[in-house]
Design a protein around this ligand. Structure first.
Ligand code: HEC
Length: 134
């Protein structure tokens, strides 16, 4: 049988799962002495992966004009920590309420709609440690 063909896929799967778990655990700020609002909040690679599939088409340079007015992910690094925290919260809200990506986009790209796990990942990244709900 062609078992050897499956091995690269198995490895890919393991790497992917491991990186998901690592992103999940690093979603909380690493520096407890600093307040969340003062620390720049890079987009974690787990969140970025979801957004590349579901958001960046409209929300990065060259995307949808209206979308960019609200959120331009290409400029994320230039946002102040306060702005990043606010936008991150908005992103969590939009995704978990099912408002983003927009309905028409979901219908055209059913595979690009974030799953419940994925929106949880975005929200865990977005929510400051002191606000984590039970
Ligand atoms: C098909 C294009 C498109 C995609 C894909 C898309 N958006 Fe948007 N987004 C828009 C548009 C257009 C607006 C502004 C229009 C509006 O206010 O409804 C917007 C607005 C927003 C806002 C600001 C909302 C507000 O009221 O301030 C946030 C936050 C946001 N999007 C996050 C996301 C996230 C996170 C994703 C991926 C999960 C995403 N969007 C995917 C088009 C898109």
């Amino acid at each position: 049988m062609k078992k050897s063909i499956l091995i690269p896929f198995a490895i890919l799967g393991i790497v992917f799962l491991t990186s998901m778990i690592m992103n999940y655990s690093s979603a909380q700020p690493l520096l407890p002495s600093q307040k969340d609002s003062q620390v720049s909040k890079p987009i974690s690679s787990g969140v970025m992966k979801i957004m590349e599939r579901s958001c960046t088409k409209c929300h990065t340079e060259g995307g949808n004009g209206m979308a960019l007015m609200h959120l331009n992910l290409s400029n994320w690094d230039k946002f102040s920590p306060e702005k990043q925290a606010g936008k991150a919260k908005d992103m969590c809200k939009m995704v978990s309420k099912g408002k983003m990506p927009p309905k028409s986009f979901r219908e055209k790209n059913p595979g690009a709609t974030p799953t419940v796990e994925e929106s949880t990942l975005i929200c865990n990244w977005a929510t400051p440690v002191q606000m984590v709900k039970k």
